[in-house]
Design a protein around this ligand. Structure first.
Ligand code: 6GU
Length: 227
């Protein structure tokens, strides 16, 4: 799939996207990624992307006359029409279902908000608005990176261990069970015997039980969603 981001800090993306699983996804041709500098669409000497709000008040608003041509131009860079997502704390909260939906699309354009937000007229170009949680970031760039990461790892041919995805869907909506690796004993703490037993049915049952218990303790709201 192709992902474009539009930001006033395009250089923030490359170090993340070039490394880890995202870098592998790119090498394998599963991900095509482009970060565009919104200031490339300005015409003035100061490369102005924001202005004071009509009606007064604190902060600055991102200019519609810069955003809209930028989004239109980026959309036209490929024959595939992008699904356009604005990152803003006023959007719907991103989750795993959304990541799976995006992984099934062939093109995404993430528009990163800064300052007090976008001029309301720019939203006409948004297919949807996404937040990544109930806290305020200085801008949408980190949110966009979260969306890129969660989406890319679900693309075919990306996840290192093909079983990981299947295991996740089996335990969908539950937190991960505890994991151990060698040594079998560390400072008196032993790995649970069942994991050394070689009995795979017993191991699966233990893990499921641990996932349910952990979810009940830490995120009971997730169990409510399953019912
Ligand atoms: Cl998408 N943007 C900003 N600025 N803050 C956020 C966010 C987005 N999601 C959670 N907090």
């Amino acid at each position: 799939m192709r992902i474009d981001v539009l930001s006033i800090f395009p250089e923030l993306f490359e170090p993340i996207v070039a490394n880890s699983m995202l870098g592998i996804a790119r090498e394998r041709g599963a991900l095509e990624f482009y970060a565009h500098d919104l200031r490339d669409w300005t015409h003035d000497l100061h490369r102005t992307v924001d202005d004071a709000p009509y009606g007064g008040g604190p902060g600055m608003v991102m200019k519609v006359d810069i955003l809209v041509p930028a989004i239109e131009d980026i959309a036209a860079m490929d024959s595939r029409l992008p699904h356009v997502v604005f990152t803003t704390p006023t959007g719907n909260v991103f989750n795993q279902d959304k990541a799976a939906e995006y992984a099934g699309r062939d093109r995404l354009l993430l528009v990163c908000g800064r300052y007090e937000g976008f001029d309301e007229r720019a939203y006409a170009l948004a297919d949807e608005c996404m937040s990544i949680g109930d806290y305020v970031l200085t801008g949408g760039e980190l949110a966009a990176l979260v969306i890129v990461d969660a989406t890319t790892r679900l693309l075919p041919r990306v996840l290192g261990n093909a079983d990981s995805a299947a295991d996740e869907s089996f335990s969908a909506g539950l937190l991960e069970y505890p994991q151990y690796t060698r040594p079998a004993e560390f400072r008196g703490q032993r790995v649970p015997d069942v994991l050394l037993s070689g009995n795979h049915a017993a191991i699966d049952a233990w893990r499921y039980e641990q996932s349910v218990q952990r979810t009940r303790d830490v995120r009971p709201d997730l169990l409510d969603l399953l019912e």
